[in-house]
Design a protein around this ligand. Structure first.
Ligand SMILES: *Cc1c(COP(=O)(O)O)cnc(C)c1O
Length: 370
């Protein structure tokens, strides 16, 4: 699905040099690379505070921790997303309020928000799924009208732009109260291990997040609140500093690959190619088709036989997962999420897909429908 070997060859010996610099100073934890990467990412995102942490799941957990919610408070989460988004709420003894998603953008349906609202809802976590920004204008209006916090899950959309009605653009993850991302190796900006980061425009929130990520420590061995240990290590930060300047170029390469895929599939009536929404750029963390004729699994098996990998992100909506199931949300509660779980199929997508590979995959899919 991604080709990290080709990526390693693209960066070549610069990777070894970046890591070698860390060996020179031996500050494997809290080395200068971590601070510099946080500054550089903050600049890239248009001037926000960046707090690096151990992974994207921790980023989401830390964001919820500083909201000072009470057990039983509720958080709105889309029913069709990666499990981490809901897991951290559950771990903090919060109640998840699911919201259905759009069959076109795969992101949460803003018109459904009012129906899932209760007075106990204290936060909403829009997920920018597959590389496109959720309808943030409507999400922010809803959140402001209710006085609740907005935590953006930007793990799949780092570098995507939200385009406001006046044409102004904002980087995904910088519009809500707190933005969260992951540097898992397959993400659009990935390191070579685990990593994550949290963003905020507010200096006092940034200071609090940094403290909670560091055991709640104020000054050496003074702890003012309960925290966790969540750090990005220096070697991963060195790799991310090398890769960050290429993020826009890599995202553009993904867009070019997506356009090639589109050309192969647009005339196949059983396929819906990714729908581009007008309010966001698309950075194709995934190139996700909908297979409308009920043959998704057959197509996947056929592709596997031809040597083409494909993945179903995600095969079961979260409200139907045993860990998250509640009788108030039986099967049928979120019809779009449930339908997408049966229809979606993601094809290989990364910045190093060659023309020959795209043609091979495109033809393989076409031959199934012939
Ligand atoms: C990858 C991902 C996460 C979690 O990131 P990790 O670094 O793996 O913990 C959270 N949310 C979404 C939408 C993701 O894709």
């Amino acid at each position: 699905m991604v080709d990290l070997e080709l990526e390693r060859r693209f960066f070549g010996p610069r990777l070894e040099s970046a890591i070698e610099e860390v060996f020179q100073h031996t500050q494997y934890i809290k080395g200068p690379e971590v601070t510099r990467f946080a500054e550089e990412l903050g600049q890239y995102l248009g001037g926000v505070h960046v707090i690096p942490c151990a992974n994207g799941t921790d980023a989401l957990q830390l964001a919820l921790m500083v909201l000072d919610l009470q057990p039983g408070d509720e958080v709105i989460v889309p029913a069709f997303t990666y499990v981490a988004t809901a897991e951290v709420a559950a771990l903090l003894r919060l109640t998840v309020r699911w919201v259905d998603v759009s069959l076109e953008s795969f992101n949460l349906l803003p018109e459904a928000l009012e129906q899932v609202w209760t007075p106990r809802v204290k936060a909403i976590v829009p997920v920018h799924l597959f590389g496109q920004v959720a309808p943030m204008g409507e999400v922010l209006n809803f959140a402001h009208s209710k006085g609740i916090a907005v935590i953006e899950d930007t793990a799949q959309a780092l570098g995507a732009d939200y385009i406001a009605y006046d044409g102004q653009t904002y980087k995904a993850g910088t519009m809500g109260d707190i933005g969260c991302t992951s540097f898992f190796p397959s993400k659009n900006l990935g390191c070579y291990g685990d990593g994550g980061a949290i963003f905020t425009r507010k200096a006092e929130v940034a200071a609090r997040l940094a403290r909670v990520a560091n055991h709640g420590q104020d000054s050496l061995y003074e702890f003012s609140e309960v925290g966790v240990n969540s750090r990005l290590d220096s070697i991963q930060a060195a790799i991310l500093r090398l890769k960050l300047p290429y993020l826009d170029e890599f995202n553009a390469r993904r867009r070019a690959a997506a356009a090639v895929y589109d050309a192969y599939f647009s005339d196949i009536s059983a396929l819906q190619v990714p729908v581009r929404v007008p309010w966001s750029t698309h950075i194709y963390h995934q190139y996700t088709l909908r297979v409308l004729d009920g043959r998704r699994d057959a197509l996947k098996a056929y592709l596997a036989e031809k040597g083409v990998p494909s993945m179903v992100y995600y095969p079961k909506p979260l409200h139907l997962q045993p860990a998250y199931f509640r009788p108030e949300y039986p099967s049928g509660s979120f019809p779009n999420a449930e339908r997408l779980a049966r229809e979606v199929l993601s094809l290989p997508m990364h910045p190093f897909l060659g023309e020959d590979q795209l043609a091979f995959i495109g033809e393989a899919v076409r031959s199934f429908f012939r």
